[in-house]
Design a protein around this ligand. Structure first.
Ligand SMILES: C[S@@+](CC[C@H](N)C(=O)[O-])C[C@H]1O[C@@H](n2cnc3c(N)ncnc32)[C@H](O)[C@@H]1O
Length: 242
C-alpha cells in the first residue's frame, strides 16, 4: 500500500505543511462546503514533494502495471486520467495508447497540473487540464471517451455518484471506467482519517460492494470488482449500444 504512509507516517505537521493547530478550519467543516477549493489548496501544497513521497517500490510498480493491463486499453484510445496529480500514470499509459491515442489528465490542483506539463508536455498525445472531474464532458468529451481511470483519486470527489453518472454519459459504447487503489477501502479510509485537520480527513472510498451498487444505479455494468488488503480494483463498462 504504502504511499500515504510514506507521505504522512510519522510526520506531525499537517498535510498542508503547517504546524498542527494552524489550520484555517476544524476538520468537521473541512471537506464541505467548498470542498474542492480546499482540496485544491491541500494538493497544491503537496505538489512539489508529491513524486518523492508517493514513489512506489518495484513490487508496487509491477502491481500497478498489472492492474492497468486489466483495464484493457486498446491502441488509439481516448483515455482520461481523472485526478491525475503530477502524471504518475504517464509511464503506464504512454506505451499502451499507441501513437494515435490521446490521454487527458484532469486535476483540480493547478500546481499538480503544472508539474505534469513540465514533465510530459513534450508528448503531444497528452493534454493536461486544471479542472474538476464534474467538468469531464465540457472539457474533454464531445466525441466520447474510451477509458476513464481514477487512480487514488475517487475518495476525493465531492459527489461520487454524480461523478459516476457523468462518467457513464461521457464513455463511448464499449467504454470503461476503472477505479484503482493499492489498498482496500478500510486501509485508504484509515489513512485519510489519520490526516487530521485536513480537507481529506473525511474523504472516503466506498466498499467495492457499495461502489458496485452506485455504478449499476447509473447504468455502468460491473465487469470486475476486487477488494482485499493491498488492492482495490473496479472496472465498470458502459451499457451504451454502438
Ligand atoms: C491522492 S491524489 C492522487 C494523484 C495521482 N492520481 C497519483 O496517484 O499520484 C488525488 C488527486 O485528485 C485530485 N482531485 C481531488 N478532487 C478532484 C476533483 N473533483 N476533480 C479533479 N481532481 C481532483 C487532487 O487534486 C489530487 O491531485
Amino acid at each position: 500500500m504504502g504511499f500515504f504512509t510514506q507521505l504522512f507516517g510519522g510526520k506531525k505537521k499537517t498535510s498542508t505543511g503547517r504546524a498542527t493547530g494552524q489550520e484555517a478550519a476544524p476538520t468537521q467543516a473541512a471537506s464541505k462546503p467548498n470542498g474542492n477549493a480546499r482540496r485544491g489548496e491541500f494538493f497544491d501544497a503537496l505538489s512539489t514533494e508529491w513524486d518523492t513521497m508517493t514513489r512506489l517500490n518495484p513490487a508496487q510498480e509491477q502491481q500497478l502495471a498489472e492492474l492497468i493491463d486489466r483495464i484493457g486499453i486498446p491502441e488509439g484510445s481516448v483515455v482520461v486520467d481523472a485526478g491525475c496529480g503530477t502524471g504518475v500514470l504517464y509511464k503506464y499509459l504512454a506505451p499502451r495508447v499507441g501513437s494515435k491515442g490521446r490521454v487527458f489528465g484532469i486535476d483540480i490542483s493547478p500546481k499538480m497540473i503544472s508539474l505534469a506539463e513540465t514533465k510530459f508536455g513534450h508528448d503531444q498525445r497528452f493534454h493536461w487540464h486544471t479542472a474538476s472531474v464534474e467538468r469531464l464532458i465540457e472539457e474533454i468529451a464531445p466525441e466520447g471517451i474510451d477509458r476513464i481511470i481514477c487512480y487514488s483519486s475517487f475518495p476525493h470527489f465531492d459527489d461520487q455518484k454524480g461523478f459516476l453518472k457523468i462518467a457513464a454519459q461521457a464513455l463511448r459504447p464499449g467504454g470503461k471506467l476503472a477505479i484503482i487503489h493499492l489498498g482496500s477501502s478500510d486501509e485508504i479510509n484509515g489513512l485519510h482519517s489519520d490526516i487530521k485537520d485536513s480537507p481529506v480527513a473525511q474523504d472516503t472510498l466506498p466498499s467495492i460492494r457499495d461502489l458496485s451498487v452506485m455504478a449499476q444505479d447509473v447504468s455502468l455494468a460491473v465487469q470486475t470488482s476486487q477488494e482485499e488488503p493491498g488492492v482495490y480494483f473496479f472496472l465498470g463498462a458502459s451499457l451504451k449500444r454502438p
